[in-house]
Design a protein around this ligand. Structure first.
Ligand SMILES: Nc1ncnc2c1ncn2[C@@H]1O[C@H](COP(=O)(O)OP(=O)(O)OP(=O)(O)O)[C@@H](O)[C@H]1O
Ligand SMILES: [Mg+2]
Length: 403
């Protein structure tokens, strides 16, 4: 059995209740603290066994994990604990019920859609806000700790069903980079987010994260990968000597100003990029002042998540014990059958075959249907009820007719 397929029962004080997925470095579980009266779900990131055994890599992992525990910001996934059990290292962190930006982009792609440019700018502004808090992290003596994420990519941006944006996996790249170099002798993974100075192996600072975030925005705006057609060799060459491709080559509706901003972020020379994540987020928020009337980033994102990933979100919630699902922010109420009434003569009054359209759009639908439940499910229940009632009437007619 592969190491990823094993599902442990417990890590330290935490009881594992489900598996979230696996990446290059670790497997993710959803868990709860055992014996806690009010259950709260947490995510546990358990480093793969072969990496846990690599002491050099684990030294990086532990150092960086201890730093990431100090980062407290609404746009960064909170890390609570670092632990080790039977030689496996793990991190306990905030559980985000939702999906990664990579999963959202893939789901949009499957439907032939893409992200709205204003919403893209808003999401990136929030990532930049979280990133800045990390870059500015200071030690006990007030000294700058020089935190760099090094692995900003759509996989490491989590989006909650409520429209929150949270950056995850601080410092993990350093440990993984070391482990992969050791195993493979080369730098693998998400090459197209690497800044030229990372590929060249020269001195690096926070601006490598700003470059990566620029590439993420480029991909959100175009719904395609930067340098999509290049081989790995050509890609490394293109990054060292970027011939920045304009997003407007692929999409015609990029708002003016946003294209220039993206191209600045992915400038080859670090000094030509915005110099801090704070500058990035302020520029994006200034730009968002020109958004269409009533634009609300969190609301638009929550609605989009529900629209594109609603079924997957509901399924992942149903996989949790109900008390944890509720703590994850949603009351998971099973749909109830529509009431069936009889008239004065005792005849059944069948429910209308269609669901009444909500009067005030999305928010009304969200209120009338149990949270997380899609209107389509209500229709299914109504259809099931009509079929059941039909069958009942048929049987009654059959019995009465026989009599
Ligand atoms: N705190 C969290 N809450 C909920 N889901 C999470 C959390 N952290 C990670 N996940 C999800 O768990 C899965 C595995 O995450 P993991 O970070 O191991 O892999 P990855 O991000 O896909 O790849 P990488 O190894 O490059 O980080 C992903 O689907 C990710 O979105
Ligand atoms: Mg990750």
């Amino acid at each position: 059995m592969s190491e990823e397929a094993q599902k442990p029962e417990r890590f330290g004080d935490f009881e594992v209740v489900g598996r979230l997925g696996a990446g290059g470095m670790a497997t993710l579980y959803v868990a709860r603290r055992a014996d806690e009266p009010t259950p709260v779900p947490v995510a546990i990131k358990v480093v793969h066994q072969h990496l846990s055994a690599d002491w050099e890599a684990m030294r990086w992992f532990i150092d960086e994990a201890l730093i990431s525990i100090r980062i407290r910001h609404p746009n960064v996934v909170r890390v609570d604990e670092l632990g080790e059990q039977s030689g496996l290292y793990y991190l306990v962190m905030e559980y985000v019920h939702g999906a990664s930006l990579a999963q959202l982009l893939a789901a949009l792609g499957r439907r032939g859609k893409r992200l709205d440019p204003w919403l893209s700018a808003w999401i990136v502004a929030r990532i930049a806000e979280g990133l800045h808090a990390a870059h500015e992290l200071r030690g006990d003596e007030g000294e700058l700790l020089g935190v760099i994420h090094r692995d900003i990519s759509p996989q490491n941006v989590l989006l909650s069903h409520e429209g929150e944006v949270k950056l995850v996996d601080f410092g993990i790249a350093k440990a993984r980079g070391r482990a992969e170099r050791t195993r493979e002798g080369e730098l693998r993974g998400k090459i197209r987010y690497l800044a030229p100075e990372q590929v060249a192996g020269g001195p690096q600072d926070r601006r490598v994260d700003l470059f990566a975030l620029g590439v993420v925005l480029w991909e959100m705006l175009t719904q395609r990968r930067l340098y999509a057609s290049l081989s790995q060799e050509e890609l490394l060459e293109a990054i060292r000597d970027p011939r920045a491709e304009r997003p407007s080559q692929y999409q015609t509706d990029i708002p003016p100003g946003l294209e220039g901003f993206v191209l600045n972020c992915i400038a080859a020379k670090p000094e030509e990029r915005p110099q801090t994540a704070e500058v990035m987020w302020h520029e994006l928020d200034d730009f968002l002042r020109g958004a269409p009337e009533g634009f609300d980033g969190a609301k638009s994102l929550a609605a989009l998540m529900q629209d594109v990933l609603g079924e997957a979100l509901l399924a992942s919630l149903r996989a949790l014990p109900p008390e944890l699902a509720q703590a994850a922010g949603i009351d998971l109420v099973e749909p109830t059958l529509p009431r069936v009434r009889r008239d004065e003569t005792g005849k059944l009054i069948l429910p209308e075959p269609t669901v009444e359209a909500p009067k005030t759009g999305r928010s009304a639908a969200a209120k009338s249907a149990p949270a997380g439940q899609k209107p389509g499910e209500v229709v299914l229940w109504v259809v099931a009820a009509v079929v059941a009632i039909g069958a009942f009437l048929g049987a009654a007619w059959f019995v009465l007719g026989e009599g």
